[in-house]
Design a binder for this molecule. Structure first.
Ligand SMILES: Cc1cc2nc3c(=O)[nH]c(=O)nc-3n(C[C@H](O)[C@H](O)[C@H](O)COP(=O)(O)OP(=O)(O)OC[C@H]3O[C@@H](n4cnc5c(N)ncnc54)[C@H](O)[C@@H]3O)c2cc1C
Length: 460
């Protein structure tokens, strides 16, 4: 039996994961309804939106979707990072070394490191999701897939922030089974304060203005402290300064839309003069705790018709390098596998394939991100001294700070290469060629109640 009617999907949440999934599912020829609880994209502007680092694995998807010009027009191209001691030295800055992204790595990965603003990323995805699609020809019929986005549309039963479910007609009763809820979370010890300093203000301070000189202009400035840290980089078309401070000094459990209870200046502790100056100029900040999340047993609901995506499925520590790129990868992967079917009886199997393929990568990156924060915010002691000595030795030898040395720096760096080179469309096609298409053969499908255990076994 041929299936020539597009599937209908509902996506909960018009943010990175939801909008990327909408784009990819529309490209696959399906119809999508996105429900967003806020009244506008990115929520009400109670505080200036923060910064995003988009690594090559995220950029390449956006480029492949034809968004390169738009993305580049809203980004500063990152060329690497400089490392300093948070606490400074003798009242000044204490420079440790530099790491420049290897052009060969970027060309292998088909992407760049782009420094953007949260709202710009959402706007680009939103416009692309709603842009008029080209007509698709299927079995002699021409169809034009659609994406509809509704604001002020809260899915009240949900605890998860992003979800995708399908088909529309048959799963209303299935929404938010208990098994999908995350349960409680605990704090991880650090909180992140995030603020934006507009360029016009930043350049009024002679020291901060140096961030606008090449090569600092294209570098993220990292400051490593004892249970503390800071990052500053230019982002977006206006080249505003994004300023993040990690601190143990916060009891607040805030979010991205709520102004922090304390000023950044009040939580700095001992720090170098540039951090102090940035904090003086910083406007209102947000404060979000780095939390330990319990893992969901399964990303797919009991009925097999709902799956969680993005942050809801795999929450990374706050401001991780990969929060946006992996949410966008989720969308690209799910769109690509669903480009191979219009058969509603295969939805459950495809959602499980999504989980089976995406979970190991997300867990791996989550572990890397946590290790990365641990290494950067190491408390003073022998490990921290070893880290600093290794980085300084690399700098003195003219190498990148992460090139070799103690504390697994080389392993972390090699791992990054693998992570940046990943392409979700290739991964999805591999699943399709190895497993998915075999079950498309006549009589191969077990019908509506697909046997998930079979699929799980196959994928192992
Ligand atoms: C307003 C805002 C600003 C942010 N700013 C930054 C930043 O500056 N830097 C940074 O690194 N990260 C930021 N983040 C976090 C970042 O967006 C995510 O970590 C990452 O992009 C993963 O995206 P996501 O789509 O999985 O989840 P999220 O970005 O969390 O998106 C979830 C979406 O679902 C909506 N939603 C939740 N529950 C429901 C429901 N029941 N019904 C309908 N809609 C629902 C939310 O309103 C939200 O739009 C921000 C998040 C938000 C919500």
């Amino acid at each position: 039996m041929t299936h020539d009617t597009p599937l209908k999907f509902i996506i909960v949440g018009a943010s990175a994961a939801g909008l990327a999934s909408a784009i990819a599912l529309k490209k696959a020829g399906h119809n999508v309804l996105v429900l967003e609880k806020n009244s506008e994209l990115g929520g009400p502007v109670t505080i200036p939106t923060g910064g995003v680092r988009m690594p090559p694995n995220g950029c390449k998807i956006l480029f492949d979707w034809g968004l390169e010009a738009e993305v580049r027009a809203n980004a500063v191209v990152g060329e690497g990072f400089t490392v300093y001691k948070y606490e400074g030295k003798d009242g000044g800055r204490d420079f440790i070394g530099t790491h420049r992204w290897d052009p060969e790595l970027l060309s292998e990965a088909r992407g760049d490191f782009l420094q953007m603003r949260h709202r710009d990323v959402l706007r680009i995805l939103y416009d692309a999701a709603l842009r008029e699609p080209s007509k698709r020809q299927l079995n002699g019929h021409t169809s034009r897939p659609t994406v509809t986005i509704e604001f002020d549309a809260e899915c009240t039963a949900g605890m998860c922030s992003s979800a995708l479910m399908g088909p529309l007609d048959s799963c209303v009763d299935d929404f938010w089974p208990r098994r999908l809820t995350r349960g409680t979370t605990s704090r991880g010890g650090l909180a992140v304060y995030s603020a934006i300093i507009p360029k016009a203000l930043a350049v009024t301070d002679a020291e901060i203005a140096k961030l606008y000189e090449y090569p600092q202009k294209n570098m993220v400035s990292f400051s490593m402290g004892s249970n503390r840290g800071a990052q500053a980089f230019l982002a977006g078309k206006d080249e505003d300064v994004v300023f993040w401070v990690y601190t143990p000094d916060s009891s607040q459990d805030g979010n991205w839309m709520q102004p922090a209870e304390r000023n950044i200046k009040d939580i700095l502790g001992l720090c170098d003069p540039l951090i102090e100056r940035l904090a003086t100029l910083a406007g209102p900040a947000t404060c979000v705790q780095i939390k330990k999340h319990y893992e969901l047993k399964s990303w797919v609901s009991k009925s097999g018709k709902v799956v969680v995506l993005g942050e809801a499925a795999h929450p990374f520590p706050i401001i991780s390098l990969h929060t946006y790129s992996i949410a966008i990868e989720d969308g690209a992967f799910i769109g690509k596998i669903f480009s191979h079917t219009r058969n509603p009886a295969r939805i459950t199997e495809f959602l499980h394939a999504f989980e089976l393929n995406r979970k190991p990568r997300c867990s791996h990156i989550d572990a890397d991100e946590k290790q990365y924060i641990n290494v950067m915010a190491l408390p003073d002691g022998p490990l921290q001294a070893g880290r600093d000595a290794a980085m300084r030795a690399n700098e003195a030898a003219g190498r990148n700070v992460m090139d070799s040395g103690d504390l697994d720096l080389q392993r972390m760096w090699d791992d990054m290469r693998m992570v940046f080179g990943y392409d979700p469309a290739d991964d999805a096609d591999e699943w399709w060629v190895s497993w998915g298409r075999l079950r498309d053969a006549p009589n191969a499908s077990k019908g509506k109640g697909e046997d998930i255990a079979d699929i799980a076994q196959c994928a192992e």
